[in-house]
Design a protein around this ligand. Structure first.
Ligand SMILES: Cc1cc2nc3c(=O)[nH]c(=O)nc-3n(C[C@H](O)[C@H](O)[C@H](O)COP(=O)(O)OP(=O)(O)OC[C@H]3O[C@@H](n4cnc5c(N)ncnc54)[C@H](O)[C@@H]3O)c2cc1C
Length: 198
């Protein structure tokens, strides 16, 4: 759940990890050239969406002093899953329709582009699309489900640890390490696949 709005605030980005605002998810604020977006991304308690939205707006107003004009509310949802095949009735499924999204935080633009490119490759040279996505995308998507499993296990103490890690240097190195498969995460895969049914 979120809003877009006009603001006089300087360009900024901020993220919140707090189960009272975005249960097991996150909320964010992005301001770019006087256009703002803020959203609370919930992974459970969906019926509390409006309540979470109000808490998030209050949090950003009180803590970051954001002024909000001409607000417009929006909502959306994400699909993530892993199927054995992404070919149905001779159609190759890509992107979110194929469930290709990061299980941890629901990012899917890169997967949409990558899977589109793999499907095109398969059509052009006749290679097996299922083999291609399983080789290039599946290990990272499986790792993202393990990350989600771990994220759901930690509470606010874990969120504080993450926030420190993100601000301690380049968050990209930290994220890259955790988004890639590792032997430890591979060990957790059977438990995680039972929970998320893949
Ligand atoms: C609020 C929100 C914020 C997000 N933020 C990020 C982010 O910061 N980074 C990130 O990586 N991901 C983000 N995502 C996820 C990302 O948007 C999706 O993973 C990505 O857009 C999926 O791309 P896609 O091409 O598979 O599907 P879509 O982007 O959904 O595109 C599918 C298109 O097909 C059209 N369509 C559907 N049915 C038909 C039909 N029958 N005929 C013709 N056209 C049809 C739809 O109208 C749509 O335009 C966010 C999602 C939401 C909801």
């Amino acid at each position: 759940m979120g809003i877009t709005f006009k603001t006089s605030m300087e360009d900024t980005t901020a993220v919140i990890f707090d189960d009272n605002i975005a249960p097991k998810g996150y909320a964010y604020l992005i301001v770019n050239q006087n256009c703002g977006t803020m959203a609370a991304v919930l992974y459970r308690d969906f019926k509390k969406g409006n309540e979470c939205l109000k808490r998030m707006i209050r949090f950003f107003r009180d803590n970051m002093g954001v002024d909000i004009k001409n607000e417009k509310k929006f909502g959306g949802f994400g699909n993530f899953f892993l199927r054995d095949t992404q070919i149905h009735e001779d159609k190759l499924y890509i992107g979110e329709a194929a469930g290709f999204q990061d299980g941890l935080w629901g990012f899917g633009m890169k997967y949409a582009i990558l899977s589109g490119s793999l499907a095109a490759k398969s059509m052009i040279n006749g290679s097996d699309y299922n083999m291609l996505w399983k080789r290039d995308l599946k290990p990272m998507i499986e790792t993202s489900f393990v990350n989600r499993y771990l994220f759901e296990k930690v509470g606010h103490a874990g969120y504080r640890y993450l926030a420190k890690k993100f601000t301690a240097g380049s968050p990209c190195d930290f994220l890259r390490r955790h988004y890639n498969p590792s032997p430890l995460k591979q060990l957790l895969r059977p438990i995680v696949s039972r929970k998320y049914k893949f």
